[in-house]
Design a binder for this molecule. Structure first.
Ligand code: DC
Length: 220
């Protein structure tokens, strides 16, 4: 199988780009963030304290996370329920990066992610794909953008959906999430030594997609 790993901070455009690259190449787009988000949703719904590692570890045993692909769209099932519509809120984002620091949480998803990469040609996005999940990926991309650019993109996404939000709050949340994701002990976000850096701050979506597709084509 041919595997592409794409890592980077929140709001860098990984999912938008990865979906388009997957379509162009006929690959499966695997969104690992959604799997962590489904676990956070379980904690929120069941009143599990995100700062209590033991409680979260116990909750992990009650969660069954499964992914399915329908027409190129990834469905995440939490104990049999498709939860795609409930995992994109700021609350879920916040809780997700808090529980993603725990070993029990990360262990639960590691095999699932590796199995998918064995089964399909994937473009998999996350924080630790190139450094940990798929250390032998054929192509590794580290996609980033300035904090201001990323906050503005998130802000516009919410506005488009008709949701009220404050850009300064979003920016602060991105800074906090970056800090937690980059400074945790297990599988922190960092650029793999063999990853290619793409800074999308001044690039259009098409430019980023074309850049990555041409990197992949060169390698293939
Ligand atoms: O990519 P995203 O914004 O949906 O990810 C949500 C959170 O999940 C992110 O703050 C950190 C965590 N995450 C992770 O720790 N490892 C991954 N491979 C993917 C996401």
């Amino acid at each position: 199988m041919f595997n592409i790993a794409i890592d980077g901070p929140a709001g860098a455009g990984k999912s938008t780009i990865a979906k388009l690259v997957a379509k162009k190449l006929g690959f499966v787009y695997v969104d690992t963030g959604s799997m962590y988000r489904a676990m956070a949703l379980y904690c929120i719904r069941n009143g599990v304290d995100k700062s209590d590692e033991e409680a979260v570890s116990l909750a992990c045993k009650e969660m069954d996370i499964v992914v399915k692909y329908e027409d190129g769209i990834q469905l995440v099932l939490l104990n049999g329920e498709v939860v795609n519509d409930y995992i994109r809120t700021e609350e879920v984002s916040h809780v997700t990066s808090s529980i993603a620091v725990y070993e029990s949480v990360r262990e639960k998803l590691l095999n699932l992610q590796r199995e998918l990469a064995k089964e399909y040609n994937v473009i998999m996005d996350g924080r630790d794909i190139g450094t940990n999940v798929l250390k032998d990926a054929d192509v590794k991309i580290y996609l980033t953008a300035s904090v201001d650019t990323r906050a503005k993109r998130r802000f516009l996404e919410h506005i488009e959906k008709g949701e009220e939000c404050d850009i300064e709050e979003i920016k602060q949340d991105i800074i906090d999430r970056d800090y937690r994701d980059m400074n945790r002990k297990i599988a922190p976000l960092k650029q793999a030594d063999d990853a290619i850096l793409v800074d999308s701050s001044e690039m259009s979506i098409d430019e980023v997609v074309d850049t990555i597709v041409s990197i992949v084509n060169d390698k293939m």
